[in-house]
Design a binder for this molecule. Structure first.
Ligand SMILES: Cc1ncc(COP(=O)(O)O)c(C=O)c1O
Length: 408
């Protein structure tokens, strides 16, 4: 099928809720992806932090193929082995002593976290809607469902969909006092991303995370952490919050956890897991054998191929090189942020044109809020892959800076 056919089929049939460029991707291998004109790109978007192992990792392909030939789906009316094994694995990664709920996306994982905060508030205060408020961070992004959207204090996300779910309060990220000031007798939880992705690659500081943990303990409220984008190894540790030496009461996961298949998961500690009982929450597709087999294999490859060490080491190198770029063009590259393979540069203009120029030059990267260009390579990306991507980043930015100074 040609791009023209695909373009027409999209125009005629696919809802226009994405601003799509005129590109159709047809195949991928490792860190590379090709369009239907056989143009090759470095994929440093990874399906927005999804392709943990890059495109079509042979072990992931084989695990999916083999599970598909065995058992694809049975519903949550019955047990399946792969769900049990994946739950045990994630419980272990979270430090044990908890339970896991499976769903299909980041937004759904966050819905479950928000529902947990309601059950917790009711159990604690003895009445529904007495202790139900959740404090979220400015620039947060928690998804597009009504709960997720209501927890996402951005006009571009919420506009047109009001009235929203009540009870979300907003405080500036990394401002512990501002969060503390918002807590009152109606508060049930604090809910943050360890590293904000869509909001512009804004990491929580270690002190902030530790402070939130203490604040939640002191106030008897839940600390809910959204690791949908920064989790599954992307920051160089399996969960990004590990670097602060804290453990949240519950964790939202999705994206990279399945290496490319649709998955969402929530871990919560046993104390709070008992708030859910049979019939209190559910979803048809969560935790199918097929998806859990893919996630188990993704985690196994992360462990066997020592991808966390790869991400930590080469992520630090990548960051250094981006800092050098900032030093060279301080009026254009205003900031460099992130951890591991979740990095961003804040530039002096809207990022969209530069993202297109990088793509034309063979590097796929996603923009983010606050004039940020994100770099989200697959966890398998090597130093050589990063150097190749940096060559494109450097030349596109050098050309843009030259263009802007010619205008002045
Ligand atoms: C931190 C975070 N939470 C939640 C979501 C929503 O995930 P999904 O698009 O899978 O619903 C995203 C998606 O970008 C995200 O980055």
């Amino acid at each position: 099928m040609t791009t023209q056919n695909t373009e027409q089929l999209y125009k005629d049939n696919v809802l226009g809720n994405y601003g799509l460029p005129p590109i159709t991707f047809t195949r991928g291998r490792g860190v590379r992806v090709w369009d239907d004109a056989d143009k090759e790109y470095f994929d440093f978007c990874s399906g927005i932090a999804v392709l943990t192992l890059g495109h079509c990792h042979p072990r992931l392909v084989s695990a999916i193929q083999s599970q598909a030939g065995e058992l694809i789906h049975v519903s949550n009316l019955y047990r399946n082995e792969k769900q049990a094994q994946l739950a045990a694995k994630l419980n272990d990664k979270a430090g044990g002593g908890g339970k896991v709920f499976f769903c299909n996306s980041g937004a759904e994982a966050n819905e479950a976290l928000i529902k947990l905060s309601r059950l917790y508030g009711k159990a604690k205060s003895g009445a529904e809607a007495k202790q139900f408020k959740v404090i979220v961070a400015e620039q947060a992004f928690h998804g597009r469902t009504f709960g997720g959207m209501s927890a996402t204090p951005q006009e571009k996300i919420q506009g047109g969909f009001r009235p929203l779910v009540p009870g979300f309060e907003v405080a500036p990220l990394n401002d512990l006092q501002a969060f503390a000031d918002k807590v009152d007798e109606e508060t049930s939880a604090i809910f943050v991303e360890t590293i904000q992705g869509e909001g512009g690659v804004n990491p929580c500081s270690i002190e902030f995370l530790q402070g939130l943990r203490k604040l939640c303990d002191d106030e008897g409220i839940l600390l809910l952490i959204d690791e949908v984008q920064c989790g599954a190894g992307r920051s160089g540790t399996f969960f990004a919050f590990e670097k602060a030496g804290i453990r949240p009461d519950a964790i939202g996961m999705a994206k990279g956890l399945g290496g490319g298949v649709p998955i969402g998961a929530v871990w919560m500690d046993d104390k709070h897991a008992s708030l859910f009982h049979a019939g209190s929450h559910g979803t048809t597709f969560g935790g199918t054998p097929l998806i859990c087999a893919a996630a188990l294999e993704t985690i196994s490859v992360i462990e066997n191929e020592k991808l966390l060490a790869n991400v930590s080491e080469n992520g630090a190198y990548f960051m250094e090189q981006l800092e050098a770029l900032k030093a060279e063009y301080p009026d254009y590259v205003l900031d460099v942020r992130g951890q591991g393979y979740m990095l961003g540069i804040q530039i002096a203009e809207a990022p969209f044109e530069i993202v297109v120029k990088m793509r034309d030059a063979g590097l796929v990267v996603p923009p983010a809020g606050g004039n940020v260009i994100r770099f989200l390579p697959p966890l398998i990306a090597t130093k050589a892959d990063i150097d190749a991507a940096l060559e494109i980043v450097n030349s596109v930015i050098a050309a843009r800076v030259a263009e802007l100074s010619a205008v002045v």
